[in-house]
Design a protein around this ligand. Structure first.
Ligand SMILES: [Zn+2]
Ligand SMILES: [Zn+2]
Ligand SMILES: [Zn+2]
Length: 146
């Protein structure tokens, strides 16, 4: 996933119904090169050739077309991550996240899928934001050294 080439990036956008423009390709590449969800200001630091409002416009379009998912992790800023589903979003492609309350990093557990839950009749879920909060191994180690 992280090693996606130009061709795969174009295909991914087209499958989601998004016309690939230079800026859209740039933003998608930046998102893919990060292994964890990133905020708008992270992207701004990463993409020096685009200003904040242009990046935001692309993200808004990506959200509408489910190219990315946005999540609240507790850091105060929304984090974005590329959707792993090919076409329509499916819950079985969604994974859980871990927010470290000490170093404020969000970890992706790509191999741990969100648990399947029983919803009342006629409620159709589209997205699950499964965020676990706690302390990461690095912070735990630092803690025990002091
Ligand atoms: Zn999705
Ligand atoms: Zn930590
Ligand atoms: Zn993730």
């Amino acid at each position: 996933m992280e090693n996606m080439g130009e061709k795969e990036i174009l295909e991914k956008l087209e499958r989601k119904g998004v016309k690939p423009t230079a800026n859209r390709i740039l933003v998608l590449k930046a998102l893919l090169s990060n292994s964890t969800p990133v905020s708008l200001s992270d992207l701004e630091d990463f993409i020096v050739t685009m200003d904040k409002s242009s990046i935001f416009r692309v993200l808004t379009l990506f959200l509408e077309h489910n190219v990315v998912h946005a999540m609240e992790d507790g850091s105060g800023s929304l984090k974005y991550e590329v959707c792993m589903s090919e076409g329509r979003c499916s819950l079985s492609d969604m994974h859980i996240h871990f927010y470290c309350e000490v170093c404020h990093r969000t970890y992706c557990f790509k191999t741990i899928h969100v648990p399947v839950m029983e919803l009342p009749e006629n409620f159709t879920p589209h997205f699950v934001n499964y965020m676990i909060k706690g302390e990461c191994p690095e912070c735990k180690r630092r803690h025990s050294e002091i």
